[in-house]
Design a protein around this ligand. Structure first.
Ligand SMILES: [Cu+2]
Length: 179
């Protein structure tokens, strides 16, 4: 009981190395089971100079129960956090999130909802074209290691709905040329 409480607290704080260590310990105690979710389009937006990089993926939950993603870790980064980008007064900011719920029989796209994994302080040189293993930690103690493809920012842009879908964008002066 005390251990579970500590793990939850760590996930809520979501800063520093402690949460990943707690999640790893929980994952090791969990029996091997089928994957809690199906993963598609797992990729990392590469940035130069060891800047924090965004990781994106799409999770499908085919089960009858909500699956909650509560953290992530990677051998190749010192720290991985769950973040969400939000629009506030026209400017984009991001906040740490403690959990992301994937409701039964649904598919959740990180990019479409502003979610991303914030991958910080790489331990090894990371370059576009690499594949980086990232372990996803779920509330029920299960975990899933996924291979993320590292892409250049421009290469990833077309599939990033949060960037492509800009409802405020109008083109004044453009004539309707459809007829
Ligand atoms: Cu972030």
């Amino acid at each position: 009981m005390l251990l579970a409480g500590a793990a939850l607290l760590g996930a809520a704080v979501a800063c520093g190395a402690a949460p990943a260590a707690a999640a790893d310990a929980a994952a090791q105690g969990a029996p091997p089971q089928s994957a809690p979710v199906q993963i598609q389009q797992a990729w990392i937006r590469w940035l130069p100079a060891n800047l924090p990089e965004g990781g994106y993926l799409t999770l499908s939950n085919p089960s009858d129960q909500t699956v909650a993603l509560v953290g992530a870790s990677s051998r190749d980064y010192s720290s991985v956090e769950l973040h969400r980008s939000l629009e506030r007064n026209g400017t984009s900011t991001m906040v740490p999130v403690a959990r992301i719920d994937i409701v039964p029989h649904s598919t959740l796209s990180f990019a479409a909802l502003g979610y991303h994994l914030m991958l910080m302080q790489p331990r090894v040189a990371i370059a576009p074209g690499d594949h980086v293993p990232v372990t996803l930690h779920f509330a029920d103690g299960r975990s899933l290691t996924v291979s993320f493809e590292v892409r250049k920012p421009a290469a990833g842009a077309p599939t990033d709905k949060s960037m492509a879908n800009m409802p405020g964008m109008k083109m004044p002066g453009m004539k309707d040329t459809s007829h």
